[in-house]
Design a protein. Structure first.
Length: 174
């Protein structure tokens, strides 16, 4: 009985630590999106900041609830990752100051769609995915991360597109 109480307490501490990490990650990513030149939709207004934080943190919270109280912990993890991926989109701001963050943001900017697709295809809990479903999920990740994220990031040349701003040359991809 004592070991069960200890494991339950440890599990609660783990969830609190993961929630705190998610809150910090969302806030930090939003601050990155707000850096000048502030080209993100988040930088347009205080309302947009509120909406972006609410959207990402809400999905993270639902993921933690599923992870904690549902039989399908994988669904909870996927939903938490959707919230994280939502915030990574803010890293596409050229003002990040880091070419690695900027490139990561560009490559993973469409990843939330694939993560949501995988989460929805895994419902109901415990369902074993057939080959066709796994191929659809793999195709979604390839399309979103490789075709929408990686290929344009590699092929895009800001100077050739007419970008003369000083931050164009400082945010070249890693």
């Amino acid at each position: 009985m004592t070991s069960l109480l200890f494991e339950d307490r440890l599990s609660r501490l783990r969830i609190v630590a993961i929630a705190a990490a998610g809150l910090t990650f969302g806030l930090g990513s939003t601050l990155i999106a707000l850096q000048p030149p502030g080209l993100s939709f988040v930088a347009a207004s205080s309302l947009n900041v509120f909406l972006a934080l609410t959207a990402g943190w809400s999905v993270m919270a639902v993921g933690l609830v599923c992870w904690t109280w549902s039989r399908d912990r994988n669904l909870g993890l996927l939903l938490f990752l959707v919230g994280c991926a939502w915030f990574v989109r803010g890293w596409t701001n050229p003002g990040t100051g880091s070419s690695i963050l900027f490139t990561t943001g560009l490559v993973l900017s469409a990843a939330p769609a694939a993560l949501v697709g995988q989460a929805m295809l895994q419902i109901p809990a415990g369902r074993r995915l057939d080959l066709g479903t796994r191929l659809v999920i793999t195709g979604a990740y390839l399309a979103d991360v490789v075709l929408v994220g990686l290929v344009p990031t590699i092929l895009y040349a800001p100077a050739a597109a007419g970008c003369a701003a000083s931050w164009c040359s400082t945010t070249r991809t890693a």
